[in-house]
Ligand binder design. Structure first.
Ligand code: ZN
Length: 118
């Protein structure tokens, strides 16, 4: 089985639209593709989904799931940062737990996988 369950799209820090990623997965012979946009983690992660973008993200993935149902299994996931809002919305097929920020002794949170300067 060929699949990827950790896919970012334009709804967070990905570069491609959902439709383009789905077509690429089909072209490369994938059996399934799971989207995992960054769940709400403001203000630390400014590219993470807010409520409005999260609703649009869910709608867009579900729309692709229906449109491509005969060619690719599409999963709706979310990547929840441990510093953000962790919740289990029943709309999601799965949740990836991640840790993109760590606390410093001064109480400030620092990103662990941004630019070397940060
Ligand atoms: Zn990720």
């Amino acid at each position: 089985m060929k699949q990827n369950l950790h896919t970012h799209c334009r709804f967070c820090d990905g570069k491609d639209a959902i439709e383009d990623l789905v077509r690429t997965a089909i072209d490369k012979g994938f059996d399934s593709l799971g989207f995992s946009s960054h769940g709400y983690a403001h203000p630390l992660d400014t590219c993470s989904l807010d409520d409005e973008r999260e609703a649009a993200y869910i709608y867009s993935v579900m729309e692709a799931r229906i449109r491509y149902k005969d060619r690719l299994k599409i999963w709706l996931g979310i990547e929840e940062d441990l510093t953000g809002r962790i919740y289990a919305d029943p709309a999601f097929d799965y949740v990836i737990a991640s840790c993109h920020f760590i606390p410093t002794p001064s109480g400030e949170w620092k990103p662990v996988d941004y630019s070397p300067e940060k």
